[in-house]
Structures are given as C-alpha cells and as structure tokens.
Design a binder for this molecule. Sequence first.
Ligand SMILES: [Zn+2]
Ligand SMILES: [Zn+2]
Length: 272
Amino acid sequence: MIPGIHVSVNGGLEKALDTLTELGLPCGQIFTSNQQQWKARTVKEVEVERYKSRTATIISHTSYLINLASSNKRVVKLSVPALEAELERIHILGIKWCVLHPGAHLGAGEDEGIKKISSLTRKILLNSPSDTGILYENTAGQGTTLGYTFGQLAQLLEQTSIADRTGICFDTCHAFAAGYDLSSEQAVREALIKFNSTVGIERIKAFHINDSKNECGSRKDRHATIGEGLIGLEPLRYLASMPEFKEIPGIAETPGTDSDRAQDIEKVVSPY
Ligand SMILES: [Zn+2]
Ligand SMILES: [Zn+2]
C-alpha cells in the first residue's frame, strides 16, 4: 500500500503538496473545493502548474453535499453539476480518481436508490473528461446511506457499466461498522474473500485506513486513531502488507492534524 493521508488544502491546493513533502509521504487525498458548499471553486493557474509537476499520487474526495440518490429534486439538481465540476477540476489538475459517497435514498428504497445513482453517474462520466473516474466509497450504512454491503457496491459498478472509469474506495472503518469484521488477520482474509467473490478486489483503487470507535455492525461512522479503535493496528498492518495492494493508496482519515494522520499511516504501512 502507498502510505497517504487526507491532507488539508488551507491556503491553496498546492499547500497540500508542500505538506506531503514535509511529512515525507508519497500520497494524499484532497478536497478540490469546499466540501460543505455547493458553490464550485475554480482551480488557479499556480495550482495547475504545481499539480502537473508533482511526484505524489493524489486522489480527490467529492463534496459531502452530493446525493445522487436523493428524493429531493433540488438536491439532485445541485448534485449533478457539482460532480461534473469535480471531474472537470481533477482533469485540469491531472488527478484520475475522485471518491464519492454513493448517497442516501431517504426512504425511496435501496434498489431504487442504487438505480438512480448508477444511471446519473454513468451520464455524468460520459459527459466528463475521459481521463477521470469515480470511486464509490463503501459506507457504514448510517441512516439510509447506500453502498454499505459488498453486494450494493457490485450493483453500483455493474449498473454504471463503465469499468475503466469506476472503482471502489474501501474504507476500513465503514466496512467494520457495516458488519464486516476486520479485527484480526483471519477476519481481514475472510472479508476480502467475500469482497473478491462479490465485487472483485481488482476494483479497489484506494483505501481509507481508519480505525473505528464503534463496534462491528453498529452502522455508525466514527473514525478512531489507528490502534485506539475496535479494529486495532495489527489487522490494518496485515491488510497494508498484502502484495495485491502494493500500488494502491492507503489514506488515513483519522482524527487530528495532518501530522497526526501521517503518524497513523506510518504505523500501518511500515515494513511488515
Ligand atoms: Zn472514508
Ligand atoms: Zn467515515
């Protein structure tokens, strides 16, 4: 696994690259726009120049407001251009993948929600630069959020049906909270066997490496510092050491500062 962190972009997107250099990390995840606002941000020339000449592997995370499954028409109407704008920004920055929370159906039903997300994502991708793609992130299954079972992730990929521009960002805290035990090496192996037979592990293009404050199956999404949660350090180290994931980013989204997260991911990805 390539060690990375969710890295702050306070002061400009190029600051994230400086921070990664300072922390000695080859990989990071950024927000390319304010994640709590609908208003799209345009990328600055200086940011483009720095990103074009970077050596770090960067992925982006889309706005938390986007919900393609919403039964509220206004939210969908805002979500579609927001996701299109994200794909346009990452294209300009030379970033391949953005991570997307599939969405919450808010009562319309799970199958209906998945259908909606997939068909809109497909349309958006076909409308966007072909060097960009979307990673559906597995969720904890809080409320009516979708993508908390491996089966739902498989459905999303299958129905979106643009294989080379879609994949999965596998969040360890979310999977654990959704009911997939990851708290021992054996449990990690079993979860991955399940994932592989349902989705295919080759579809994983990034990991979010987080420990969990809540127990397995709680369906509550609260990230813990690595080693201080209910998953624990050793199973995450085991996962990070798997040769299948040698070239895959492993991003810590744990509490605290960029430097706290760097310490977290270094514990996980240091030689096994
Ligand atoms: Zn995550
Ligand atoms: Zn989370």
